[in-house]
Design a protein around this ligand. Structure first.
Ligand code: F6R
Length: 369
């Protein structure tokens, strides 16, 4: 049941620390080595892979986009992410050296299933990352890596998204371990950071009241924009999707760098814009680039809501509101920065009096093409 929450969605948002924890569980041996024995896939095959294609739909596809940044960085294998329904119809280049990773919460998404069939017909091996034991997608794939988020009831996906990112990261690290792309201690360091995430996610959830108040206060808002760069970009897309799905308002996510190429024309006084700020401790100029993006939209009158790391003072000057998340390496930040966006969407939809768990026109699993 809903465990005292107003909706399954709210409960599932609160389930996220354990969804991530359980997805990590049992996948490390005593020495801290990753052991994905459950994959039961020929290791030599994984060593010979020269391309990865991630296929999925909706929120699961955004998890795939997040994972791409990590997999390419760790494994140095060219990685594409494609919507399953587009993949199949464009005569994609896949063969025996292609590893297809299919992401699906339900395991019953017909678009994804058809893309898997197509890929296998071309000789590709498919690993499914799925949340539902024994569902069609894992049954039709060559190997499986389950997410252990527990059943997701609300139509809008929350905990499955975090679990998908976690599982895809484990797969990425496993490939890097197998192919010798990373030293054991580097992998161990990422794994330790991953294991610290459930507690950090809990910290974000503990701050839910302030975010909820913001969502409730914006009941009349008709349009919200979301900006992010790097892994923050798919997070922005996910934040926008949550609002469309359950609050029925126009919402759009952009890559922050794309602003000046068009979308900045949308900014008028009072426009609400969420910005996901990357870690200022990162070893590149991402953070300062995002700070100047915030400055640009603020100068045009936008109301800016910035999701930023603890201790990131640089965003203060241009933020109308700051939502703090604990410090984490940039690649892991989506596990934290997505959470306020979910809480916000849920509160806004509730304030508008909508059925958060059963949004209009949507079904939990899309079993038709
Ligand atoms: C969004 C949402 C959908 C699903 C998509 C794929 O909140 O739930 O976009 O993510 O339909 O579903 P699965 O993961 O079951 O294949």
């Amino acid at each position: 049941e809903k465990g005292g929450f107003n909706s399954f969605m709210e409960k599932e948002i609160h389930d996220q620390p354990s969804a991530v924890h359980d997805t990590l569980l049992g996948r490390l041996d005593e020495t801290g080595q990753l052991t994905l024995d459950e994959l039961r896939i020929d290791e030599s095959l994984l060593r010979s892979v020269d391309k990865i294609v991630v296929i999925a739909c909706g929120t699961a596809a955004y998890a795939g986009h997040v994972a791409r940044y990590a997999i390419e960085h760790w494994c140095r294998i060219p990685t594409e992410v494609e919507l399953a329904h587009e993949f199949r119809y464009r005569d994609p280049i896949v063969n025996e050296k292609t590893l297809v990773v299919a992401l699906s919460q339900s395991g019953e998404t017909m678009d994804t299933l058809m893309a898997i069939r197509h890929a296998r017909e071309q000789g590709a091996k498919v690993i499914a990352i799925c949340n539902t034991n024994g569902s069609s997608i894992p049954r039709e794939s060559d190997a499986n890596l389950y997410t252990h988020a527990g059943p997701e009831i609300a139509v809008a996906s929350t905990k499955a998204f975090l679990a998908q990112i976690t599982a895809a990261y484990l797969l990425g690290l496993y490939l890097a371990q197998l192919r010798g792309n990373m030293y054991a201690d580097e992998i161990g360091e990422v794994l330790r950071e991953l294991q610290a995430m459930p507690e950090k996610i809990q910290t974000v959830i503990d701050g839910a009241d302030a975010i909820k108040a913001m969502g409730t206060g914006m009941g009349e808002t008709e349009s919200v924009l979301f900006l992010g760069r790097h892994v923050g970009f798919p997070v922005a897309l996910e934040g926008a999707l949550k609002l469309k799905e359950i609050a029925y308002i126009h919402a759009e996510g952009f890559a922050a760098g794309e602003l000046k190429h068009g979308p900045i024309a949308l900014i008028e006084p009072g426009q609400k814009v969420f910005v996901i700020a990357p870690s200022p401790r990162g070893r590149n100029s991402l953070h300062s680039k995002v700070v100047s993006n915030i400055q640009e939209i603020r100068a045009r009158g936008a109301e800016t809501i910035v999701i930023a790391e603890e201790g990131d003072e640089a965003v203060e000057a241009y933020a109308n509101h700051v939502i703090r998340v604990p410090q984490s390496p940039t690649l892991l930040q989506p596990l934290l920065s997505t959470v306020p966006l979910q809480i916000f969407a849920c509160a806004m939809a509730e304030a508008k009096g909508y059925d958060v768990d059963q949004p209009r026109n949507l079904a939990k699993s899309v079993t038709v093409e």
